[in-house]
Design a protein around this ligand. Structure first.
Ligand code: F6P
Length: 362
């Protein structure tokens, strides 16, 4: 067997652990393992002679605890909508998926391990429909992939965000301010909810529960009456006011197909300043949540996913993705597994937060 591994979309702590476990598990079976640099770029010949490279035990040594990905990644690497510069200078999206399939066969690969978030796994599902023997591995700090209870990267992001939120308390209290921290998560509130609760935020705003800013202001003022002169608000980047819109950022990025969320915390902070008369500050944690070493939980989940992907290949279970269904790692059909997973608004963790007086702005 000759297998190819690629990582696509935004990075998540734990990618390297998947690569290591998959490589070692494959080598133990006597298979050959290759990596494609920067998603499908390597396979498509876009990265020069080193675009496809052999992965051996040496190449994956000492990487379990490393953030990022030794294969590189891109979120402009969709072979079905490839950004291509036209003679007049404009950018057109062209379909290069057949080229991917041809290159895969030309290099005589037997299986592809596609490690990605919902976007990358949808691409992998499309390639599987075109006949490519694909096994998917779900990764995202956002934890928004329906097929798996948890994706690796989430725990690390929650820990980074929790630490930051916790640190805000002393400065907020010293200055009697309202601090609004924006965390990632795209259209799901998992990171905000988990870090907000663990970091003891007073209000948590998530996309699944549209908020009314007046409710958040009431919470701040109620605390004020109780002699608590500061408040911490954790805001998911995808949080939306009732009847309002997502806050997005303008970004000149060739071939980017997803809007870039961000900026809602500043809007919330401004409105809270107006409504409460308090000094407010906002901060955006941004890519800090994706950087650095994965937690032990994420390392182990990623290692389990990597080894499980190789088992799936050995069983010929193509068109599936590995997934955590507590307590086991199992497989689910790729096309179904990639569906969006919002925070259930009746989840016990939401209820717990409510029972502790956390305001969701509703
Ligand atoms: O999906 C992971 C994620 O970090 C989201 O939480 C965030 O909205 C997005 O990626 C940011 O994308 P980029 O890395 O392109 O700025």
């Amino acid at each position: 067997m000759r297998i190819l591994i690629q990582t696509g979309g935004g990075d998540a702590p734990g990618l390297n652990a998947v690569i290591r476990a998959a490589t070692l598990a494959a080598l133990r079976r006597g298979w050959e393992v290759y990596g494609s640099r920067n998603s499908y770029n390597g396979l498509l010949g876009e990265e020069g002679p080193e675009g496809l490279f052999r992965l051996d035990a040496n190449r994956v040594r000492g990487i379990t605890f490393l953030g990022g990905t030794i294969l590189g990644t891109t979120n402009r690497g969709n072979p079905f909508q490839w950004p291509s510069r036209q003679p007049d200078g404009s950018i057109a999206l062209v379909d290069r998926s057949d080229e991917v399939v041809r290159a895969f066969r030309r290099y005589r690969f037997d299986a592809l391990i596609a490690i990605g978030g919902d976007g990358s796994l949808r691409i992998a599902a499309e390639l599987a429909r075109k006949g490519l023997p694909v096994v998917g591995v779900p990764k995202t700090i956002d934890n928004d992939i329906a097929g798996t209870d948890v994706s690796f990267g989430f725990d690390t992001a929650v820990n980074v965000a929790t630490d930051a939120i916790q640190r805000l308390h002393s400065t907020a209290e010293a200055h009697e301010r309202v601090m609004v921290a924006e965390v990632m998560g795209r259209y799901a509130g998992w990171i905000a909810l988990h870090s907000g609760l663990a970091g003891t935020a007073d209000a948590i705003l998530i996309p699944e529960i549209p908020f009314r800013i007046e409710r958040v202001a009431d919470k701040v003022l109620e605390r004020e009456r109780q002699g608590r002169l500061f408040s911490i608000v954790v805001c998911a980047e995808g949080a939306v006011p009732e009847g309002g819109q997502l806050v997005t950022r303008e970004l000149e990025e060739t071939g980017r197909q997803e809007p870039l969320l961000g900026g809602v915390a500043e809007v919330v902070a401004r409105q809270l300043r107006e409504l409460t008369g308090k000094d407010t500050r906002s901060l955006v944690l941004g890519h800090l949540q994706r950087g650095g070493s994965p937690t032990a939980y994420d390392r182990n989940l990623a290692l389990r996913f990597g080894a499980a992907a190789v088992r799936a290949i050995a069983d010929g279970a193509f068109g599936t993705m590995v997934a955590l269904r507590h307590p086991q790692v199992t497989r689910v059909p790729l096309a179904e597994g990639v569906a969006h997973k919002p925070v259930p608004v009746d989840a016990d963790i939401v209820q717990t937060a409510r029972e502790m007086g956390v305001c969701f702005g509703d």
